[in-house]
Design a binder for this molecule. Structure first.
Ligand code: AMP
Ligand code: MG
Length: 418
């Protein structure tokens, strides 16, 4: 049986960064930029005001205070989006709104609250300045965010909301990114019924397809749902062949020791097995290999296939540990690891047979420290234990147990922002 690290290294050695595509920015959130983005513009394009107020010459405000205001003649008003033809000369001011370009002649802004505007009615032809300002006060300089010609976003950057905003501020609506992987998902089991069908005696609904497809989406892939294969070779082979255009093939179930666990046999005939069984709990019967096919030119091609165990918790945990990094690698991401923290475990966790245990836990921060509490019974069929959890407490393979109060490592599945 290989270790989690060996299994992950093997999986990653079979997946490669995908090709690039050009897409609308809002369609590539979470994708990796495949081009360097240089700016053809200064951002902001011109000096403009950071505040609503009056554009003035700083020397005109010298010595002014609430007790002895200096009075300036108002020669115009300029809202954001317009350029005034008026100039600020000594003794004059222009009323100006946030974002408007600084008028000729002005070198600073006096905010509304530092003038006597509130006491004046109607349109203002003269304004009292209640405070001295320095040259440059409340002026945002052209190019202070981005200078023309500079490298703004480099290849390899992940597109997040702030990158979407930056690209828009440069006038870009499409960018080149590494494409999302298509992940074929096939559930196996004679007991499974699709959620659109009535549930007959002896049957259960196929839930793995949905948890796995949701994980694929969460991490940026495109799920290709192939439905359910029966536990016989011909049904499996037929269904497998429907997903051979995918970048990664995920099956669930059929990898244990049971009479009808056929995935390994089918993998062996339709491709090659790279490993079977990993020293972990849940998830031991994980199988990995490649399926052989041909590409559109008729050249042989093989696609990586992860045979996740059928138990709903096992399939999700093995997905997080192996399928997620594979998807992220294909997308060109460099950080393939989930955040891991150290926490004080509040329950005893036992490790009966020398495998690495991933126990479902809820992590909470109290008085600046993380505490991890198990989310009830840990059977690998108890999917609610995942739903209640935000992390996986790790018990190393060489430790027979961790006791309440001990420090443990926890892989954070999410920070429960929702
Ligand atoms: P297997 O790995 O095929 O032996 O399945 C292990 C356990 O997981 C069995 O109790 C199955 O009924 C259950 N199981 C397998 N596939 C699914 C699925 N797609 N949805 C829900 N439960 C499943
Ligand atoms: Mg089965």
């Amino acid at each position: 049986m290989i270790s989690v690290e060996e299994a992950l290294a093997k999986v990653l050695s079979y997946v490669h960064i995908l090709e690039t595509e050009e897409k609308y920015v809002l369609d590539c959130l979470g994708q990796v930029l495949a081009e360097d983005i240089y700016s053809a513009l200064d951002i902001p394009p011109a000096d403009n005001t950071a505040m609503d107020g009056y554009a003035v010459r700083a020397e005109d405000t010298r010595g002014s205070s609430e007790k002895s205001p200096r009075f300036l003649r108002v020669v115009g008003t300029v809202p954001a989006g317009y350029i005034t033809e008026h100039e600020v000369e000594l003794g004059t001011a222009i009323r100006i709104m946030t974002g408007a370009v600084i008028p000729q002649g002005a070198d600073s802004i006096v905010r509304f609250e530092d003038t006597d505007e509130e006491q004046r009615q109607g349109s203002v032809s003269e304004i009292g300045i209640l405070k001295e300002v320095k040259p440059g006060a409340d002026i945002r300089r052209a190019g202070e965010d981005i200078t023309r010609g500079s490298l703004v976003l480099s290849k390899g950057t992940v597109i997040r909301p702030s990158e979407a905003g930056i690209l828009a501020s440069l006038g870009r609506n499409k960018v080149k990114v590494i494409r999302r992987p298509v992940v074929a998902i096939l559930a196996t089991g004679d007991e499974l019924v699709d959620i659109t069908q009535p549930l007959l005696p002896g049957k259960i609904y196929n839930s793995n397809t949905y948890s796995v497809a949701a994980l694929v989406k969460r991490y940026g892939g495109i799920p290709q749902i192939l439905g359910i294969a029966q536990d016989n070779e011909s049904s499996l082979v037929t269904k497998l062949r429907q997903g051979l255009d995918a970048d990664l093939f995920i099956t669930t179930g059929g990898v244990s020791m049971g009479d009808y666990d056929m995935i390994k046999d089918v993998l062996a005939t339709e491709g090659e097995i790279a490993f079977w069984t990993v020293r972990m709990k849940p998830g031991k019967p994980l199988a990995f290999g490649t399926l052989k096919t041909v590409d559109e030119r008729g050249n042989p091609r093989s696609i990586p296939q992860l045979g996740l165990p059928g138990n709903p918790v096992s399939s999700m945990v093995t997905f997080e540990l192996f399928a997620r990094p594979a998807i992220l690698k294909m997308m060109g991401k460099r950080n393939l690891e989930k955040p891991t923290i150290e926490a004080v475990v509040e329950d005893r966790v036992v490790n009966t047979d020398g495998r690495r245990v991933f126990a479902r836990a809820m992590v909470e921060k109290r008085r600046g420290k993380y505490f991890a509490r198990l989310t009830g019974p840990q059977g690998s069929g108890i999917l609610t234990s995942m739903s209640l959890a935000n992390g996986l407490v790790i018990v190393p393979e060489d430790k027979p147990s961790v006791e309440a109060g001990e420090k443990v490592k926890v892989i954070m599945l999410d920070w429960n922002e929702e």
